[in-house]
Design a protein. Structure first.
Length: 202
C-alpha cells in the first residue's frame, strides 16, 4: 500500500504584486528556505533545517510565514509517519517587478532589498562552486560557464531577447524532467542558471 498522498497541481508561475507578500518573502532565511524547497521538492522542516544549517523550530516558523502568503504549501504525506509535515513551493517560478512597487517608498525599498539579497545568495552559490570545482571532475568543469556579453539594444529588443532565453531554458528544464521520469538519471545534477540583463551608461 502506498501511503503517499498526491497534492493538488500547483501553478507554474506567480507574479508577486503586493508589498505584504514581498515583505514575507524578503527575509534572507526565508529566501534560502524557499530556494531549498524549489530544489528538493517535498521536504520536512527538519530536512530543510539540515540544508540551511538552522534550528528546526526557526525553520518551522519561517515555513509557516511563507505558507501564510501562499508561497509554499503542504505537499501531503510522503511517508508512513503521520506526524511529519511536508512542504513544497506553491509554484514553479516566482517573479516580482519594480513597476509593481515603485509608487510607494516602502514598496520600492522592499523590492530592491529582495533583489539585492538574491544577488548576494547567487554570488555565494557560485563562489561555493568555485571553491569545490576540482571535485566536480573535468566533464562538469568544461560544461560550466561564466560569460559576459554586450549588445546595443532598445527596450523592445531586450524584452524579446529575455523571452527567447527563458523559453530556451524552459525547453531544457522540461526535457530533463521527462528524461528523469523515463529513468534517465545517470549523470544529472542540479544546474543553476543566473541571468541578469540591464542597461548602463559610461
Amino acid at each position: 500500500m502506498d501511503d503517499k498522498q498526491e497534492p493538488p497541481t500547483r501553478r507554474r508561475t506567480r507574479r508577486i504584486t503586493d508589498v505584504g507578500t514581498l515583505k514575507a518573502f524578503a527575509h534572507p532565511l526565508r529566501l534560502k528556505v524557499y530556494g531549498t524547497l524549489r530544489v528538493t521538492g517535498p521536504t520536512t522542516a527538519s530536512q530543510v533545517a539540515a540544508q540551511v544549517d538552522e534550528a528546526v523550530s526557526l525553520v518551522s516558523y519561517h515555513l509557516r510565514k511563507l505558507a501564510e502568503h501562499g508561497l509554499i504549501e503542504e505537499a501531503g504525506a510522503q511517508s508512513g509517519d503521520a506526524r511529519e509535515r511536508w512542504w513544497r513551493a506553491a509554484q514553479d517560478n516566482l517573479s516580482f517587478h519594480h513597476e509593481d512597487f515603485k509608487d510607494t517608498p516602502e514598496g520600492a525599498a522592499v523590492h530592491t532589498s529582495v533583489v539585492r539579497t538574491l544577488i548576494a545568495q547567487r554570488h555565494e552559490q557560485y563562489e561555493t562552486y568555485l571553491d569545490q570545482q576540482a571535485a566536480w571532475g573535468e566533464e562538469w568543469r568544461l560544461a560550466a560557464d561564466q560569460s559576459d556579453f554586450l549588445a546595443r539594444l532598445n527596450p523592445a529588443e531586450l524584452t524579446r531577447l529575455n523571452a527567447e532565453i527563458h523559453a530556451l531554458i524552459k525547453t531544457y528544464e522540461e526535457q530533463g524532467k521527462a528524461a528523469e521520469a523515463a529513468g534517465d538519471t545517470e549523470g544529472r545534477e542540479n544546474v543553476a542558471l543566473h541571468l541578469a540583463s540591464f542597461p548602463f551608461r559610461l
